[in-house]
Design a binder for this molecule. Structure first.
Ligand code: PEP
Length: 251
């Protein structure tokens, strides 16, 4: 049985006091009896704040939004997997479309980061997704398939069962224009089949999250689809009420 996960990507937002208020509001009202794994991904500099507040709390994990492939050394501005582990992170987002588009994260680099995460005891939340132009050109499956294949080759087919995949159509991120449940399910099914080609025995266990303008009013319909196992949430993760409503919808 695969896990349901709702992960919040705070991106480059928040001060220490914003982060404290958000974590407190989420942890006070979170239904801890639910089977949903909640993951908060604050900016690196706010991880200690979040970690301190979540010490001893059940049902909420936290992680980074990126990592470097090296463990340490002369890599100015970067953060490594051992550093994330040192602060208690269990997850890390890898290959977000903003990293791919703005910071040059290629399929091969995303694969290397995914492998580094696994080798270091972190679960990578591997983002894949097509641009609007690629969707209009009917190349969604070839784009997403290539992104996925690179990661499977990088981590190995046996270990691909240890990753979490997030399907995030680029045209739906931060735009208010979510994929419809039918559109999302179709790509999630494609992703699951592609994973099954690599690891038939375990593909059914791999959580595949949907991301792209998930809000309280569309979350239930998306999460009702058979291959949508939760969400990677951007804008709505900055509001405790909205994020909790989305967690509730996943339960
Ligand atoms: C994201 O950035 O991962 C994301 C899904 O953003 P939003 O929910 O704001 O579209």
């Amino acid at each position: 049985m695969r896990r349901r996960i709702v992960a919040g990507n705070w991106k480059m937002n928040g001060t220490q006091s914003d982060a404290s208020a958000l974590v407190r509001a989420i942890s006070v009202d979170l239904n801890r009896d639910s089977a949903v794994q909640v993951v908060l991904c604050p900016p690196f500099i706010l991880i200690p704040t979040v970690a301190t507040l979540l010490t001893g709390q059940q049902g909420i994990e936290y992680g980074g939004q990126n990592l470097d492939v090296h463990d340490h050394g002369a890599y100015t501005g970067e953060i490594s997997a051992p550093m994330l582990r040192d602060f208690g992170c269990r997850y890390v987002i890898v290959g977000h479309s903003e990293r791919r588009a703005l910071y040059g994260d290629t399929d091969d680099l995303v694969a290397a980061k995914s492998r580094k995460a696994l080798d270091s005891g972190l679960t990578p939340i591997v983002c894949v997704g097509e641009s609007l132009r690629q969707r209009e050109q009917n190349t969604t499956e070839s784009v997403v398939g290539a992104q996925l294949d690179a990661v499977v080759a990088g981590v190995g087919s046996a270990r691909c069962a240890e990753i979490v995949v997030a399907y995030e159509p680029v045209w739906a991120i931060g735009t208010g224009r979510s994929a419809t449940p039918v559109q999302a399910q179709s790509v999630h099914r494609f992703i699951r089949d592609r994973l099954a080609a690599a690891n038939d025995a375990r593909a059914a266990d791999i959580p595949i999250l949907y991301g792209g303008s998930v809000k309280p009013d569309n979350a239930s319909a998306l999460f009702a689809e058979p291959d949508i196992d939760g969400g990677l949430i951007g804008g709505a993760a900055l509001s405790a009420a909205d994020f909790l409503a989305i967690c509730h919808a996943a339960a």
